[in-house]
Design a protein around this ligand. Structure first.
Ligand code: FAD
Length: 467
């Protein structure tokens, strides 16, 4: 029987990053993945393929603005969805191959098969052909991730009533895509198909889309996406989804209790994800799993069994790849006797629509609920030279700071390149910057990042320069 210092179950961003850090720290490390490709949800059916399709569809959409820039395109411009999806798959294959390369480079043993506990130190790996091996791990890290969830009355046929996984490889552009759920995944995939020519209707149970983010961002994103043609039905409770042939009918009750009927050809169910522990046999190791399938952990991401840890989507907290990666690193270092720390307040959240939406720290709603005395400074992108030069004028940056100490408590932004701009906000907050600190840092001109400086100036003493 092969024996390892650390055995990791699941090769998503949590699992594979943890494996690399374990190897760097000198541990004999193994990783088990039930699929033939490494990288988990993120690389195979999540972050990377969705961004590939967002990029392709964005190129197509930008064509509409070519004329404004004095570029005349003659002849027909067509979308070849099959080719677009093949390109996406090539990006995925290359990225997943890169993870395999990293495993080999770091001398991490990869086992392909379903990992299931035999006891607290032994994991059985069952291959696709039914054969199995048992391996031993002094320490075991559960990184089994999550799967799309649904509503109890919806039958996902994965053809017309689909999850994000199928939405990444549709055979045609839908005529009318009905999306249940106005969270990040629904909105991003909705924008892909909107750009490619579909009618897109988003039905959301709560009173706004991207409900976890600051209300100001939600309002601005709704406004911009409406301008682009997306339709929103917030405060609508879906009660029935039926499919007949190529048609899907969705019934939802609006806020007044009236039933609204939606007729489409595809329905994307994007109501969230559930932690995934099917087939893991966690009970054989004595590991506590909640009713929802989530693994219970303490602040060190240790389960109730001391040598077994859990990270990423399968434990509490935001279901984000970079959160899983931080946890993977943290657990490896804890096993090595170090004392790492994650500030969960500083894990940024991003929506990769265009304009992009990004945030870190507390929202205005949270500060109000916590009774914090704060001040806010905002700056619109349309007042920036760089934004006007490029024609990307939607959105703003908002900085929230403590009214007394001026410490930055939250930074919220929507606009071009915000997914990258948010890194400055995280850095500033990590070093506990005040709004005035940011306002006194030189920002290259002309850049989108100047909006952060201007918002900081606005938050400091209402002294933004360019509004
Ligand atoms: P996963 O990536 O889910 O990996 C778990 C792995 O474990 C899987 O490969 C699974 O096959 C394997 N596994 C499970 N059980 C077993 C077992 N018993 N034996 C062996 N292997 C097993 N996050 C972002 O931060 N940014 C984004 O832009 C983003 N976009 C997304 C877009 C979509 C459409 C989706 C669906 C998700 C997106 N996410 C994004 C979320 C991100 O994908 C997840 O947060 C991240 O993948 C979680 O990583 P993980 O390592 O915990 O689990």
């Amino acid at each position: 029987m092969s024996s390892f210092d650390v055995v990791i179950i699941g090769s998503g961003p949590g699992g594979y990053v943890s494996a690399i850090r374990c190897a760097q720290l000198g541990f004999k490390t193994a990783i088990i993945e039930k699929y033939s490709t490494l990288g988990g949800t993120c690389l195979n059916v999540g972050c990377i393929p969705s961004k590939a399709l967002l990029a392709s569809s964005h190129h197509y959409e930008e064509l509409q603005h070519f004329a404004d820039h004095g570029i005349e395109v003659s002849g027909e411009v067509k979308v070849n969805l099959e080719k677009m999806i093949a390109r996406k798959q090539a990006v995925v294959d290359q990225t997943s191959g890169g993870v395999k390369f990293l495993m080999d480079k770091n001398k991490i043993t990869v086992f392909e098969g379903l990992g299931s506990f035999e006891d607290a130190t032994h994991v059985k790996v069952t291959k696709a052909d039914g054969s199995s091996d048992v391996i031993e791990g002094k320490n075991i890290i559960i990184a089994t991730g999550s799967k799309p969830s649904t509503l109890p009355f919806i039958k996902l046929d994965k053809e017309r009533v689909i999850t994000s996984t199928e939405a990444l490889k549709l055979p045609e552009v839908p005529k009318h895509l009905i999306i249940i759920g106005g969270g990040v995944i629904g909105i991003e995939l909705g924008q892909v198909y909107l750009r490619l020519g579909a009618q897109v209707s988003v039905i959301e149970f709560l009173d706004r889309i991207i409900p976890g983010m600051d209300g100001g961002l939600s309002k601005e994103l709704t406004k911009v996406l409406k301008k682009q043609g997306m339709k929103f039905y917030t405060s609508h409770k879906v009660k029935e989804v039926t499919r007949k042939g190529k048609n899907v009918t969705v019934l939802a009750d609006d806020a007044k209790g009236n039933t609204v009927t939606f007729e489409g050809d595809y329905c994307l169910v994007a109501v969230g994800r559930r932690p995934y522990t099917d087939g893991l046999a966690a009970d054989k190791a004595g590991v506590k799993v909640t009713e929802r399938g989530m693994i219970e952990v303490n602040d060190h991401l240790q389960t109730n069994i001391p040598n077994i840890y859990a990270i990423g989507d399968v434990v509490r907290g935001a279901m984000l790849a970079h959160k899983a990666e931080e946890e993977g690193t943290l657990v490896a270092e804890i096993i090595a006797g170090q004392k790492p720390h994650i500030d969960y307040n500083l894990i940024p959240g991003v929506v990769y629509t265009w304009p992009e939406v990004a945030a870190v720290g507390k929202t205005e709603e949270q500060l109000k609920a916590d009774g914090v005395n704060y001040k806010a400074g905002s700056f619109p992108f349309k007042a920036l030279g760089r934004a006007r030069a490029g024609g990307d004028i939607d959105g703003f940056v908002k900085i929230l700071a403590d009214a007394k100490t001026d410490e930055v408590l939250g930074i919220h932004m929507i606009g071009a390149r915000c997914a990258d701009l948010i890194a400055e906000a995280v850095t500033a907050m990590e070093f506990r910057a005040s709004a005035e600190d940011i306002s006194r840092m030189s920002h290259a001109h002309p850049t989108f990042a100047e909006a952060i400086k201007e918002a900081a100036l606005a938050a400091t003493d209402n002294r933004a320069l360019h509004v």
